[in-house]
Design a binder for this molecule. Structure first.
Ligand code: G6P
Length: 472
């Protein structure tokens, strides 16, 4: 940490997030290999990727893997990226407790309303220890940002991992312009107030330390305001804005036309079989994505509308996520179990009703987007959901979109999607039927309108709008 930040700090624009744009792996020979990460947050912030060579822009993130920590130890790094090894400066396990314990098991659960409330949550001593780690982890970010930011710099803090950073950073550096953006839904006040009172207050006050807060939809922004009113009595003048992150049309159109995608389309077509339609879903296997109910809906479709048997294949890509947590591992296993069950109940020698892939392959995801007849996006709750926005952009011949009304994307795409209540399996089965039966012309027309709505605010513009709103 530098004693006089104004003298040595150079960054004019800083981004802070738990997961950064690169991750490292250590090879058997001890060599470090850097790989650019994926996900909505990374794609949204790619706008500053272009200026990675520019020392005025800096992305501060946490070291997540053994390779990342090794890179920090060796002083290896990408230009424009500073990785923090949180555990190096404090006791071990701080990052895991903050990330797995608080961010993924508490704040994620609260905002996505995932608790099975007769038994959960339990806020006792284990929670308190994790909360202390979350504070330490947030403070490490605040200190690093304070040390790196030039006088008057703009700092854009991302997501539920870092809710305390704006307030902590404000205490260290009054001169900075601080923004915070939430990529998740925000919990309704009654649900949010399950958090212990002091923690609920700390989260809200931490965020209100920012000059400006951003949300993906007005629904989440209003929920935040309501929480502030109920818990704190108001928002104390912090500005709040809505920025609905859109799909990156230029990137997707170019990337999805490459050779590797074409190859995977040929493979998928072979696996699906001549003349069959497809229901496609692509998700990280998160509890909020509702993959199991989606499979139940597909089974109900085969049951109640037997005319679809042998004529449709459900392509389900469910990529592993947060496997450190038992509840995620169990859910991942349940997805496979239900897929197997459907295949044994309905499959025939020439037809596999569900094609489940769990190994992450971006080119194959794009291939599935291109050939999908119906895309199934049915999360319990979702901040936005970029899959719903990406499919219409790359679809070859038009794709019907079955979309949960609880996804942020529904606010922008609801008119041309087939909306569903994500808990209503029977209605979802019926929506799949509607999508599969939609005349080609109508499907193409809707897809065109969906693509226009989905690309209204591309990632680079999304980022710059926030920056301008913060500094302007
Ligand atoms: C999703 C959410 C983001 C979040 C990210 C973290 O993509 O939309 O809000 O930052 O998950 O995922 P991770 O794999 O880092 O836990």
């Amino acid at each position: 940490m530098v004693s006089d930040p104004a003298q040595s700090a150079a960054a004019q624009v800083l981004v802070a997030s738990n997961r950064g744009p690169v991750s490292y792996t250590v090879g058997e020979d001890g060599e470090l290999t850097a790989r650019r990460g994926g996900g909505g947050l990374v794609s949204g912030l790619s706008a500053i990727g272009d200026s990675a060579e520019d020392p005025a822009a800096l992305w501060v993130c946490a070291a997540l893997s053994e390779g990342d920590r090794e890179a920090v130890r060796r002083g290896v790094g990408e230009p424009g990226v500073r990785m923090l090894d949180i555990d190096a400066g404090s006791r071990e396990g701080v990052h895991a407790a903050a990330y797995n314990g608080i961010a993924n098991s508490v704040l994620w659960f609260v905002h996505h309303m995932l608790y099975q409330t007769p038994l959960e949550p339990v806020f006792g001593p284990e929670f308190r220890a994790q909360w202390a780690a979350y504070e330490t982890y947030n403070r490490a970010f605040a200190k690093a940002l304070a040390a790196e930011a030039a006088p008057g710099a703009a700092v854009l803090v991302q997501d539920y991992h870092l809710t305390l950073v704006p307030g902590m950073l404000r205490e260290l550096r009054e001169d900075l312009r601080i923004g915070h953006f939430s990529h998740t839904p925000w919990a309704p006040a009654d649900y949010f107030r399950m958090l212990p009172d002091d923690v609920a207050e700390q989260v809200l006050r931490g965020m209100l330390g920012a000059d400006r807060l951003g949300f993906l939809t007005s629904r989440w922004a209003d929920a935040f305001t309501e929480c502030c009113v109920r818990v704190l009595g108001g928002t104390s003048g912090t500005r709040i804005g809505v920025h609905g992150l859109g799909a990156d049309a230029d990137f997707l159109r170019e990337r999805s036309r490459r050779e590797d995608v074409e190859e995977r389309m040929a493979t998928l077509r072979r696996q699906v079989g001549e003349g069959r339609k497809t229901v496609v879903r692509v998700d990280r296997t998160e509890l909020s994505k509702n993959i199991v109910r989606g499979m139940h809906a597909y089974r109900e479709l085969l049951e109640t509308r037997p005319e679809w048997r042998e004529r449709v294949v459900h392509i389900a890509f469910a990529y592993p996520s947060r496997q450190d947590l038992a509840v995620y591992r169990d859910y991942t296993a349940e997805v496979s179990r239900v897929a197997d069950e459907i295949n044994s109940a309905y499959g025939t020698p020439g037809w596999t009703p569900v094609l489940l892939h769990v190994d992450d392959d971006f080119a194959r995801s794009l291939a599935a987007y291109r050939l999908a007849d119906v895309a199934l996006v049915n999360p319990i709750r979702d901040g936005m959901n970029l899959v719903a926005k990406e499919v219409p952009v790359v679809s070859d011949e038009g794709c019907a979109l079955v979309l949960s009304r609880e996804a942020g994307a529904y606010e922008e795409l609801g008119e041309d999607a087939i909306g569903v209540n994500p808990y209503d399996v029977s209605a979802t089965a019926e929506a799949l039927h509607t999508g599969l039966s939609m005349p080609a012309g109508e499907r193409a027309e809707r897809t065109k309108r969906l693509a226009a709505a989905a690309t209204a605010l591309p990632p680079a513009q999304w980022f710059l709008d926030q920056l301008r709103a913060l500094t302007g």
